[in-house]
Design a protein around this ligand. Structure first.
Ligand SMILES: Cc1cc2nc3c(=O)[nH]c(=O)nc-3n(C[C@H](O)[C@H](O)[C@H](O)COP(=O)(O)O)c2cc1C
Length: 211
């Protein structure tokens, strides 16, 4: 039997991407995001307009999509409620957001230079996609204040052990993405780590105990 619960959140489960963009001072900003999907060699990204990442991507026209695995969940969670912005809207402060200039240091991740774009890559991510902005679609209905960015993949870096030998394909058995499902972290179908994002959004779900 179906019911009509009036769902408040429609985040059914998508991979966690650490999106890197170039700040105005030339440093690399890194933000977790998961409204991302791919068609051919194009990625489509949904970003809130209040993020530094959104501003950087519009200004610089370049980014790197660094795909996270379960092994990185602790670092991802540490930067979950942080922003490179110095001015933070009141509603975001109430969710727990704070300013952090160096999110690589907070997460314990390493910046690695890119080959074709200015923002650096996240060395710990086994899949990294260097991208150039192709189109921008603002969404300003329903108080959303979001933008959909189309980015073209220029170069894909993949950890060798994930590639099916002798092919141009990732082995789906070897690749286990970190998934954000209703603001919680999942991998291999299991809930794997407490989520600051879920706490900030006051999601009604029992979180796994901290390790
Ligand atoms: C797992 C996870 C997924 C997220 N997904 C998105 C997303 O798809 N789009 C978005 O705009 N923000 C998303 N966020 C929130 C951003 O990380 C947040 O807006 C952050 O402030 C951006 O950092 P910045 O302001 O330095 O760019 C997500 C956060 C987490 C922890």
């Amino acid at each position: 039997m179906h019911i009509v619960p009036g769902l408040k959140v429609l985040y059914f489960g998508t991979p966690v991407v650490l999106l890197t963009t170039r700040n105005e001072d030339g440093s690399t900003n890194m933000a977790p995001m998961s409204s991302a999907w791919w068609l051919g060699q194009t990625a489509v990204l949904g970003l809130g307009d209040s993020s530094q990442t959104s501003e950087n991507l519009r200004r610089e026209g370049e980014c790197v999509l660094n795909l996270a695995t379960a092994a990185l969940v602790d670092g991802v969670d540490r930067i979950a409620l942080t922003t490179a912005r110095e001015t933070i809207a009141q509603y975001r402060r109430e969710q727990g957001y704070r300013h952090v200039a160096d999110k690589f240091a907070l997460a314990g991740f390493t910046e690695q230079p890119s080959e074709l774009v200015a923002p650096g890559r996240v060395a710990e991510c086994p899949i990294q996609l260097e991208c150039r902005l192709a189109a921008v679609h603002p969404i300003d209905r329903n108080d959303l204040n979001c933008t959909v960015f189309e980015v073209d993949v220029l170069r894909t870096h993949v950890e060798e052990s994930l590639v099916i030998p002798g092919t141009h394909y990732v082995d789906p058995d070897a690749w286990d993405p970190l998934i954000m499902k209703f603001c919680e972290f999942y991998a291999g179908g299991e809930s794997i780590h407490p989520s600051r994002l879920a706490a900030g959004w006051q999601m009604p779900h029992a979180q796994p105990a901290a390790a």
